[in-house]
Ligand binder design. Structure first.
Ligand code: ADP
Ligand code: MG
Length: 436
């Protein structure tokens, strides 16, 4: 992250300014999505806060799909606060847990019938990485908690071993990293990066590219880690043997470990998940309303969360308390009277573009200014919520973006909907326009 921030500054500042302002600053630590940056003097701090802080936000967003807030501390303050902190560890500290979503921990995971095996296996692996279930393979439908459990393993391992090196990637990130390393002739670095970890988490392996080179590289990475008793955790929407593009030798390697499926949660678990979520958001929701919502959505936890959000937004919009009848009202359009309202990604893009007075080209493009980024994320969010399209398909419809970008956009907007009344209103208005 830091390197990226510096790179983006280098392009925009004169060499002298760059030296004065940027090079004198250095990252100290990253906690709860706050990046603590050390600067020489108060003057530097003021300058950073005004001019350079947005760069940190932008770049963290671009790289990780989350905004990491910068905080500044001057040299003197560091002396007072952290007397014997070692400096050379800085980059490590900054990078260690950054790929893990802070919300996806064991604490926030509700155990139920469909996931208890997976949960137990995840805990074992976090405590005894590389020794018992290696690789650990989770499979199951969309939105059932595979990614959540994977991140939870990472967080838990860091509790026991704060210096453990963890890497989380989607199989597409792996492919992209690999291709970039060939293009830039940095294969050495690539191999070092992937083969020196204690825990490698590869999400959605069904999207591993069907090219010999990529699959070979993945195979060797796997072999090297496995040989050194490093833990590997993989997920997919189905069993390895059912992924047509996965080569036989990888399928047979995966069989050395443990494969556990995650199945959709039963009603009781769905209620428990909603209750936990409501508590986390400090929402007052009566039990019968929670049961009602849980009864309406029976397959996918992501959709369950979406329904809760929808109810919440509806209550805010109408300035009403959450009740069962309000929930029924809010969720009505989700189901349609018998027939589901069919909305396309294109309709969503048109409506969002019109609403924010931007072009569809920008909406699908790469510009990183806030006035475009937020509408783009909202359009992706709505595409996920209101259509049946898969994540890769949605990504493709937004100028060929990775499916993880869609996930990040979705999460980002979900966060905003939880906290920001303006976004709540705007999203409901667009939804109403679409559903009309
Ligand atoms: P998958 O990777 O299987 O598609 P995710 O891990 O992304 O699913 O989960 C979708 C959403 O549901 C996430 O917000 C996650 O936190 C939530 N979720 C899934 N399972 C649980 C659970 N057992 N308890 C609480 N939240 C869950
Ligand atoms: Mg996932």
């Amino acid at each position: 992250l830091w390197q990226e921030v510096l790179n983006s500054l280098k392009n925009d500042l004169s060499p002298a300014s760059f030296q004065v302002w940027a090079e004198s600053a250095s990252p100290l630590s990253l906690k709860n999505d706050e990046l603590l940056i050390k600067v020489p003097t108060k003057v530097h701090r003021d300058y950073w806060e005004k001019n350079l802080a947005p760069r940190v936000l932008e770049n963290s967003y671009r790289l990780y799909g989350r905004e990491i807030m910068p905080a500044f501390i001057t040299e003197d303050e560091v002396q007072e606060e952290l007397p014997q902190e070692k400096e050379e560890k800085v980059e490590d500290v900054v990078d260690r847990s950054i790929m893990l979503n802070p919300k996806y921990t064991f604490d926030t995971f509700v155990i139920g019938q469909g996931n208890q095996m997976a949960h137990a296996a995840a805990q074992v692996v976090a405590e005894e990485p590389g020794s018992i279930y290696n690789p650990l393979f989770f499979y199951g439908g969309v939105g059932l908690g595979k990614t959540h459990l994977m991140h939870a393993i990472g967080h838990e391992l860091l509790k026991y071993r704060p210096n453990a090196k963890i890497k989380y990637v989607s199989s597409e990130n792996f492919t992209n990293d690999f291709i970039t390393s060939i293009k830039n002739r940095t294969s050495e670095e690539f191999r070092h990066e992937y083969r020196s970890v204690d825990l490698l988490l590869v999400d959605d392996i069904q999207f591993l590219e069907n090219k010999v080179e990529t699959q070979n590289e993945f195979f060797y990475t796997f072999e090297e880690l496995y040989k050194n008793n490093k833990q590997i955790v993989l997920t997919s929407d189905r069993l390895p043997s059912e992924i047509p593009t996965l080569p036989e030798r990888l399928v047979s390697r995966f069989a050395w470990g443990l494969s556990v499926d995650i199945t959709p949660p039963d009603l009781e678990t769905r209620i428990a998940i909603l209750r936990k979520k409501a508590e986390a958001e400090r929402l007052e929701i009566p039990d019968d309303t929670l049961s009602y919502i849980a009864g309406q959505i029976d397959s996918n936890i992501r959709e369950l969360e979406g329904a809760l959000l929808r109810v919440q937004a509806y209550a805010t919009m109408n300035n009403a308390e959450i009740s069962t009848s309000l929930a029924a009202e809010a969720l009505k359009s989700l189901k349609g009277n018998g027939g589901v309202v069919q909305i396309s990604i294109l309709q969503i893009q048109e409506e969002v573009a019109k609403y924010y007075h931007i072009s569809i080209k920008d909406l699908k493009g790469k510009k990183r200014v806030k006035s475009i980024v937020v509408p783009r994320q909202i359009a992706m969010y709505l595409s996920r919520e209101l259509t049946d399209n898969s994540l890769p398909k949605i990504g493709a419809e937004f100028g060929g973006k990775d499916h993880t970008t869609v996930i990040h956009a979705h999460e980002k907007i979900q966060q905003l909907l939880d906290n920001d009344p303006i976004t709540q209103t705007e999203v409901s208005e667009i939804k109403n326009l679409l559903l009309k």
